[in-house]
Structures are given as C-alpha cells and as structure tokens.
Write a protein that binds this ligand. Structure first.
Ligand SMILES: O=P(O)(O)O[C@H]1O[C@H](CO)[C@@H](O)[C@H]1O
Ligand SMILES: Nc1nc2[nH]cnc2c(=O)[nH]1
Length: 296
C-alpha cells in the first residue's frame, strides 16, 4: 500500500494555490507540532487558520493531541505556517499522504522546516521533560523500503538519490544551543539521535534494548518521513524531540507508557518549547531564495 500511491505535482500545486487564494501570508518557515505541542501555533500573530477538512487534498488528523488545523501568521518578523497536528503512518495514511504538507510548504515558498515530536528516551541521561535537538535520525521504516520517495521520482522536487547526511542543519542546531543557554534552560537541552518506528505499539523491553544498543537516544513514530521529503526538495530542517517518558528497558521495571501521559508532559513543557522555537525563528537568517514564484 505504501509504495504504490503517487501524488502528482499538480495535486500539490492545487493545494498550494488554494491556500494562497485564502490567505495573504506567504510563509518562510513551517512548523510541524508533535503530540501535545500544538500550542506552538498560539504565538502566531494575525492568524489565518484552516481546519484540515477544508483544505483540498489534505489528510485528516485522527490522533488525540493533534487538533488538525493549519495556522498561518507572523512571528517576530517572519511569516510562518504551523501544522497543529501531523499525520502518522500507523493511522493508515500512505507515506505520500503523511508527508503531503511538506511539498505543499515548498510550493508556498517555505525555506525552513521545524519539526517537533514527543519521544521516549533510551539514553540514560535523557529524562522526561528534557528537550533533545535532533542531530540525526534512523528511519526504520525507510530502511526496509517504506520511504515516501519510493516510486517514480519527481525531478521538479529533487533528485532520485538524495543524500541524507547532514539533513538536520548544523547552524540551526548551534543557534538552538546558544538560545537555550541564554534562556537559562541549557540543563534541559541535549542533542541526539531520533529513531522512527512504525507504531502504534510502544516498545517491548527487547525492542527497547535493541534500539539502545544501536545507539538510538530517543524513539517515536513520526518525523523521519517528513524530514526525508523536506531534504529531498531542499528545505533546511531543524528538529526537536520533547522527551515525554523513559522507554522501559528492564524486566524489573513496572512502569509503562501511555499516550495521555505523553500529552501531559507536552502540556507541562509547552512554554519552554514555545520560547525556544520563537527565539530560534526570530534569530534565524532567511535567504528568501524560495519564493512561491520560483519554488519548483
Ligand atoms: O511523533 P508525535 O506526533 O509527536 O507523537 C508521538 O506520540 C505518540 C505516542 O504517544 C506517537 O504518535 C508518537 O509518534
Ligand atoms: N515509539 C515510541 N513513541 C513515543 N512517543 C512518545 N513516547 C514514545 C515512546 O516511548 N515510544
């Protein structure tokens, strides 16, 4: 099911054109909000917002903590578009649909994508409530062929064989660390490797141990396909995981994770995540080399 569905350039363009007919905002930065992190959109000024059900071609959000709205607005002098709710493979969406908004953002003129997620920690030093800047990812579904780029390549968006080394922009990672120091939250900040698994099951203890041995710091069920699509079409990417739980790695440990506790940590850390993302957007340089008219 996942590799067969194809979305044509025209379909992405139709959605981008519809959005441009409904709002005057022409975003430079796109933000994808992870589970429980939808409040990132609240900081946008002069908002225009659209339920996903009103947007031609958009899939629907089905997961609690993902409101299902696309919000446009201004933030510290930059024009942004924010997804309050993302799409996951485990919801039954094809990977093309899961990543559909990313190419629409490219066509809208977006230059930088900020992805956020809720994730469980495997690294001993990462505690619930900590924030991990994503340095790199392991795309487990991608490694076995579940890649949003499977199928005919659309050269208008990018090359057949895109490099993924360096897909999380180093300059933005450095800037985020500097900002964390200035905000006095450096103690919460880490940098590490995120792994995407298919979900919707959380990890067994054996799976958790395997991921830990493989060098994974935090695990979730999203993000990698969005970053693959963004990197393919030349977007600059910054990624951040909010650590919402420790993944159980011991048979003696009676803890277990659930989605409500994941959302609760999101709510508790919402202000810090909001401050970090706001400062990052405020201080990042924009080259304006991807205006809607020369997008692809
Ligand atoms: O990755 P986001 O969307 O933040 O959500 C994470 O939280 C949910 C599980 O609680 C899963 O969907 C997992 O991927
Ligand atoms: N796979 C996975 N996804 C998560 N999202 C939030 N916490 C977790 C976790 O522990 N495992």
């Amino acid at each position: 099911m996942h590799s067969k569905e194809q979305i044509s350039h025209d379909e992405y363009q139709k959605t981008a054109d519809w959005l441009m007919s409904q709002t005057k905002h022409r975003p430079q930065v796109a933000i994808i909000c992870g589970s429980g992190l939808g409040m990132l959109a609240d900081t946008l000024k002069c908002q225009d917002s659209f339920p996903y059900s009103d947007i031609p071609g958009f899939p629907q959000s089905t997961v609690k903590g993902h409101a299902g709205r696309l919000v446009f607005g201004e933030l510290k002098g930059k024009t942004c578009v924010c997804m309050q709710g993302r799409f996951h493979m485990y919801e039954g969406h094809s990977l093309c649909k899961t990543t559909f908004p990313v190419r629409v953002f490219k066509l809208l003129g977006v230059e930088t994508l900020i992805v956020t997620n809720a994730a469980g920690s495997l690294a001993d030093g990462l505690q619930p409530g900590d924030i991990m800047i994503i340095k790199d990812h392991v795309n487990f579904p991608g490694l076995v062929g579940l890649n949003p780029l499977s199928g005919p390549n659309d050269e208008k968006f990018g090359p057949r064989f895109p490099a993924m080394s360096g897909c999380y922009d180093k300059g933005l990672r450095c800037l985020a660390k500097e900002i964390a120091k200035q905000l006095g939250v450096a103690g919460l900040m880490h940098e590490g490797v995120y792994a995407m698994v298919g979900g919707p099951t959380f990890e067994t203890i054996a799976e958790a141990r395997l991921l830990h041995r493989l060098g994974v710091d935090a695990v979730g069920m999203s993000t990698a396909p969005e970053v693959v699509m963004a990197t393919h079409c030349g977007l600059r990417v910054f990624g951040l995981s909010l650590i919402t739980n420790k993944v159980v790695k011991s048979y003696e440990d009676s803890d277990s994770v659930n989605h409500d506790s994941v959302l609760e940590v999101g709510r508790l850390r919402s202000q810090t995540v909001q401050q970090l993302v706001t400062e990052l957007i405020s201080r990042m340089e924009i080259n304006n080399n991807n205006t809607p008219n020369n997008a692809v």
